[in-house]
Design a protein around this ligand. Structure first.
Ligand code: SF4
Length: 616
């Protein structure tokens, strides 16, 4: 990569080596005149994490009331009860805003003194009943803290009741900037960094993933922005519960904040997006929130580190009351066009970032775990775009004809054998795999009738676990589906994890679950066969030229990766808490080219699945 500012060179080396950036690095990035170099570095990280995907959701913003007991200086939205601008929506009025295509209902608003707790629960429950296919993302940490104080319940109890009512995730608003200096100046009645982070940590512990934000472009300093990012990064190390980071460009409105009575510049917006991507190395997504950035800047941000465009929004007041220059809503077609114009795949998603629909042709899926990195670390497939997708979702997208190929879970490959053709490669363990693990409180034979949490990512590993339990150990347990990311594990007797999460916990342990079983080792000891987890397959009706091109690209990537395991290990070992030798050892433990024994293993597994399904 050509960089014009030589101060960026050591930072680029750190980024490539998977090293964490410091506050000083962040300042050098903010101060660089080489904005294109900065953008390219962030885009590199974005591509490694998200391939060519840019996510959006069909969502509806609900600001149920603007009546608020607080008076933050920068806020143009809030009104006092009885004033001409004040409004309060009934549950019925809220439901009338929702159309059947909506997949996410995003609720935030003011904090009126006289609403009872039941009114909030009723809003969430009614939305859940009215639109069962949509998920509710509701209430900022500031609102949660308000409920906790007003209704005299612990933060945990507030969140438990909201979760039971149907809240799936939480928005990231109210963080502003984690600086006591700024808090005293602009929002001294609101919770500060400690309180905001505590609410989010509690939500993560209860299995509610959350978003995070940073309001920038007012009176904060660059150091304060970077401290904000570093604090979020530390909590993410601890909990892993943040889904996305959303830099919110300050809208000047009519507030009395001087001399910041101006919009942020596009350069500052793009730098902040890019620097967020580089600093927040443990965040899955960075959002270009078009409502505050405008569609034009958001579009450029998709090549500056952002992989998330929020959604259609369907009418937004908070930023528009403060003078936002964007439209009140965008149509789905407009979002798709913006993403396509940036050269990316428009990916319609749910609240957990699971892809529901792709709006692009010629897409191949990559499993976003270290175990499949040899296939994509050096992949050059000039006619295809790349979508990172967990194995179970890859199968679902393939059923709908949305992807040309990828590394399919063996279960999806078997189930779709009339449509998929193997390219002769896959992912098989010779004995242990270390990334498909059962963490348990009980030994195998004591799991009879017990509750086992199953991470949503997997179709094959769930079948393998069931086969081991029922056919090898003669035990029947209850499976409960968990979603990818944070979950409330209390009450479970065992948990099945796969991929990087399993790899990480097989090293560090999973608190409360002392027994650890490697499912591939169990299978090997029993069947004396390797276990094939995935098969690289393409649509049968893909042209022969495309199949050849992909096969050659895979062979080439496998070859180059095998010569490069140590630099791959350098980039990934730290985040997985592995040493470099452990990482290399892990990568070398797989069989990629599927031979006779692997084909026999697939047939044996498929027969057992069939027997099991017939018996049910
Ligand atoms: S920013 Fe939020 S808490 Fe502050 S006055 Fe506005 S609505 Fe109320």
């Amino acid at each position: 990569m050509r960089l014009r500012d030589e101060k960026l060179l050591p930072i680029w080396e750190k980024v490539q080596g998977g090293e964490r950036l410091t506050l000083e690095d962040g300042l050098a990035l903010y101060r660089t005149p080489d904005i294109i170099g900065l953008g390219k570095m962030a885009h590199h990280v974005q591509k490694v994490r998200s391939g060519d995907a840019v996510y959006f959701v069909l969502n509806q913003k609900i600001e149920h009331t603007n009546v608020c007991v607080l008076s933050c200086k920068f806020c143009d939205f809030a009104a006092k009860k009885g004033s001409a601008r004040a409004y309060e929506m009934t549950t019925q009025e809220i439901l009338e805003r929702l159309t059947p295509d909506i997949k996410e209902v995003h609720i935030t608003g003011g904090m009126p003194a006289d609403w009872p707790w039941e009114r909030y629960l009723d809003i969430v429950e009614s939305i859940h009943r009215h639109l069962p296919d949509a998920d509710v993302k509701a209430f900022t940490a500031v609102e949660i803290d308000f409920f906790h104080k007003k209704f005299k319940m612990s933060i945990e109890e507030v969140l438990r009741q909201l979760k039971a009512a149907g809240v799936r995730t939480m928005p990231g608003g109210g963080a502003e900037v984690f600086s006591e200096r700024v808090r005293k100046l602009l929002f001294n009645q609101k919770i500060g960094a400690k309180g905001w982070l505590e609410v989010h940590k509690t939500a993560h512990r209860l299995g509610i993933p959350t978003n995070s934000t940073m309001l920038y472009g007012h009176v904060e300093t660059l150091e304060e922005r970077l401290v904000h990012m570093i604090k979020l990064r530390e909590v993410q190390d601890e909990t892993g519960g943040f889904l996305t980071f959303i830099p919110l460009a300050f809208q000047p409105g009519e507030t009395g904040i001087k001399p910041s009575h101006r919009y942020t510049s596009a350069i500052d917006d793009l730098k902040t997006i890019a620097i967020s991507r580089l600093m927040l190395d443990n965040f899955p997504h960075i959002k270009a929130y078009w409502v505050m950035l405008t569609e034009e800047v958001a579009s450029i941000a998709l090549n500056f580190g952002a992989d998330d465009m929020d959604g259609t929004v369907g009418g937004e007041k908070i930023a528009h009351d403060a003078g936002a220059l964007s439209p009140m809503a965008l149509k789905k077609d407009q979002i798709i066009r913006i993403i396509r114009d940036a050269g990316k795949i428009p990916v319609e998603r749910d609240v957990y970032y699971n892809p529901l629909r792709l709006h692009a042709d010629h897409v191949i899926g990559k499993i976003p775990y270290l175990n499949s990195i040899a296939y994509h670390a050096h992949l050059h497939a000039p006619h295809h775009k790349i979508l990172p997708v967990i194995p179970r979702r890859m199968g679902l997208l393939s059923e709908q004809g949305m992807i040309d190929g990828g590394l399919f879970s063996v279960m999806s490959f078997v189930q779709q054998s009339d449509q998929l053709e193997s390219l002769g490669y896959g992912l098989a363990s010779r004995d242990q795999v270390r990334s498909v693990m059962l963490f348990s409180k009980e030994g195998w034979r004591d799991l009879e009738g017990k509750r086992i949490g199953i991470i949503d990512d997997t179709a094959t590993s769930v079948r393998l676990l069931r086969i081991l339990l029922e056919k090898r150990y003669n035990v029947t347990a209850h499976f409960e589906r968990l979603h990818s990311g944070v979950n409330d594990l209390s009450g479970l007797d065992a948990v099945l994890l796969i991929g990087d999460e399993a790899l990480h916990h097989q090293k560090t342990g999973l608190p409360g679950f002392d027994l650890v079983y490697d499912l591939a080792s169990e299978w090997y000891e029993w069947q004396k066969l390797p276990f094939v987890f995935a098969v690289w397959a393409v649509k049968k009706n893909l042209s022969e030229e495309m199949k050849d091109e992909l096969r050659k690209a895979l062979v080439d990537s496998l070859q180059k990766s095998s010569e490069d395991y140590w630099s791959i290990a350098s980039a990934h070992a730290r985040r997985l808490k592995l040493t470099k030798p452990e990482t290399v050892d892990y990568l070398e433990g797989f069989t990629y080219c599927l031979g006779e024994r692997e084909r026999e293993a697939i047939s044996r597994f498929a027969e057992m699945v069939e027997e099991l399904e017939k018996a049910q």
